[in-house]
Design a protein around this ligand. Structure first.
Ligand SMILES: CC(C)(COP(=O)(O)OP(=O)(O)OC[C@H]1O[C@@H](n2cnc3c(N)ncnc32)[C@H](O)[C@@H]1OP(=O)(O)O)[C@@H](O)C(=O)NCCC(=O)NCCS
Length: 171
């Protein structure tokens, strides 16, 4: 498991650490705010304890006194042999547009790259242009779609892929 203290582009000091059970209440609050069809506690717990491929991390901003603030976001991905699959990523409203999601994606790509992973895959709602722009910035490209993949509301998924995994070392 990785642990990292990183500085996003805004000079925000951020600590990225593995999720613990005690984080789940805050994660669920962010999840329910961020998604119309949110993951449940049981789904997060399954990633945390029941899936050997799964990695779940939280980002905690560090204040001027060096103290951790509340959780600003989380990331869930799988490393399954030669593939990285990004499953869930959200940043709570007050912390958006400060580079936290970008740091999370860099973090996952770095983890994958150091393990010899060949490609990164993800699905995103067709209307989620913010997330598509985030991934596009790393070189992810659309390679297909899945009709009515999402519910609440029903919507197509855009399939995005980055292969090979190449990016500037951010750390
Ligand atoms: C998508 C999301 C994770 C972005 O988090 P964030 O920390 O605000 O993103 P960052 O500040 O790291 O932004 C990185 C890049 O993403 C893109 N981006 C992020 N928010 C955007 C927005 N509202 N509109 C357009 N582009 C956006 C931009 O390309 C941005 O780069 P820039 O700031 O240089 O323009 C956040 O908006 C969120 O949690 N949304 C709800 C959940 C979600 O959609 N998750 C993704 C599921 S695949």
């Amino acid at each position: 498991m990785l642990n990292m203290d990183v500085e996003p582009s805004s000079n925000l000091c951020l600590s990225i650490n593995p999720v613990e059970s005690s984080h789940l209440d805050q994660i669920l609050d962010i999840e329910q705010e961020a998604f119309s069809a949110p993951w449940t506690r049981v789904m997060f717990e399954a990633e945390l304890v029941g899936n050997p491929f799964s990695r779940l991390y939280v980002a905690t901003p560090i204040d001027d006194q060096g103290q951790p603030e509340d959780i600003a976001g989380y990331l869930c991905y799988w490393i399954v042999f030669e593939e990285l699959r990004i499953l869930n990523l959200a940043v709570c409203q007050p912390w958006r547009r400060q580079g936290i999601a970008r740091r999370f994606v860099q973090f996952a790509l770095y983890d994958a790259q150091t393990q010899g992973v060949e490609r990164a895959l993800l699905e995103v709602r067709a209307s989620n242009t913010a997330a598509q722009s985030l991934y596009d910035g790393f070189g992810f490209r659309e390679y297909g779609s899945r009709a009515a993949y999402y519910t609440d509301p029903a919507e197509d998924a855009i399939l995005m892929r980055l292969e090979p995994i190449e990016f500037d070392d951010p750390f």
